[in-house]
Design a protein around this ligand. Sequence first.
Ligand code: XMP
Length: 512
Amino acid sequence: MTATEKIIVLDFGAQYAHLIARRVRELSVYSELVPYNVTTAEILKIKPTGIILSGGPSSVYDEGAPKCDPKIFELGIPVLGICYGLQLMVSMLGGEVVRAKKREYGKAELKIDDNKSLFNGFGRSTVTWMSHGDAPVKLPRDFVTIAHTENSGHAAVRDASSKLFGVQFHPEVSHTPQGKEILRNFLYNVCKCNGTWTMESFVDKSINKIREMVGNEKVLCALSGGIDSSTTAVLVHKAIGNNLSCVFVDHGLLRKGEAEQVVNAFENLGIKIIPVNAKEAFLKALDGVEDPEKKREIVGEEFIRAFTDFSREHGPFQWLAQGTLYPDVIESAGTSGPASKIKTHHNVAGLPPWMEFKLLEPLRELYKDEVRKLASLIGVPREIIERHPFPGPGLAVRVIGAVTKEKIDICRSASAIVEEELKKANLHDKVWQAFAIVGDDKAVGVLGDERKYGYVVTIRVVESVDAMTADWARIPNEILEKMSNRITNEVPGVTWVTYAISSKPPATIEPQ
Ligand code: XMP
């Protein structure tokens, strides 16, 4: 969707560059990441209200260090450099950056020398969070220092025109308590934003945009029953009514009872769903495949095959609507600069080249928590909003190694137990995702008086805000014990149960 006001964040590879964009959105201004080497011609097309240069792991004096187009600083568009972004701006404009005598990491008291612009409304000092080994020792001509710390003589700087700013610390992290105020000052005092990015405005703009794009053509929505595709369906339905048809493909890799729940929830909304049984085709295509990326590719391709067959029979449909979100795009492609591909989300990079549909992805710019807000606003049923996220490739990525009927059944039944026990303990809605994983590891157990060599099932429960980072949930031992007992007693073929205690990073939420 085009927004009139937009802040672009040039991504120099900081692990949390996307946090900057989130904070800006929380301040009611639309923001997105772009690659660090975006050209000024491209920027002029985007027409951003302001530019933020993110941090990054490099040193500006390293050979091959990522640099932005130098003309960015001459566009008259306000720029805020953060950490590496500040160092880069200083060095590209004629100042000097060196390895600091003392690395600054953690909390630092920032002494404010100039209470205007970025620090408008601040007292004499504030706490900031630092993480840097380099620092400017000489500023470019026309630059002045507006704040310093004990170890950083130039912890915040601006140029004479008050358009170019840099801060050595990280205003986007919660450890900088007034960081949001600093960003607010940049947006509203420096960039003169009006703050028009709200969910209500997003809905209006999206509906208009969908109507404009689609015209009188027909749209097929690939529903999975998760919040993303459901919200997409309701939004597109609001825009084009019965020119939308929703199809729900059962690929045999769904959670327990999922197909019935989804069809019922949508019937209550007055949106008809046509179920398609494609279990055999998916399982045949996945037969013997062990590589996780290959599984994702196959599932992506089989989905499109199922939609194409459906379109031939009931269509034609020119458009395919998908609930792709911003993190899917980031993690699949590494949208921007030096960040690397994490995994191919089936609906982003797993699409086959022969696909004939045009893609309609109205949530492509949103984070998950933003989708939840949108979903409530447009009347997506609560039971769908509260469902845990579920990956498109389904149990195929929770079964490690080859996807067999036996392992799928174990994974599905054990996952249902994990979810049931969390619901009983009122913890289900407090965690981000909870499921079971099964691979090819086996371990010896005793069942009755008999030795049994069975599968090892791993329980995974995580807490998260937007799936970009996640922490393993500290579930009380008694509940884990109940889950373990029930899984070994009720799920045939399982002898051992373990609990995954890896957070993201370094792990990911799904095991594949
Ligand atoms: P990871 O495993 O990358 O997952 O930490 C982050 C979030 O994305 C979900 N996920 C997917 N969703 N298609 C989807 O629609 C996919 O291919 C896919 N892979 C992971 C995952 O469940 C978690 O919420």
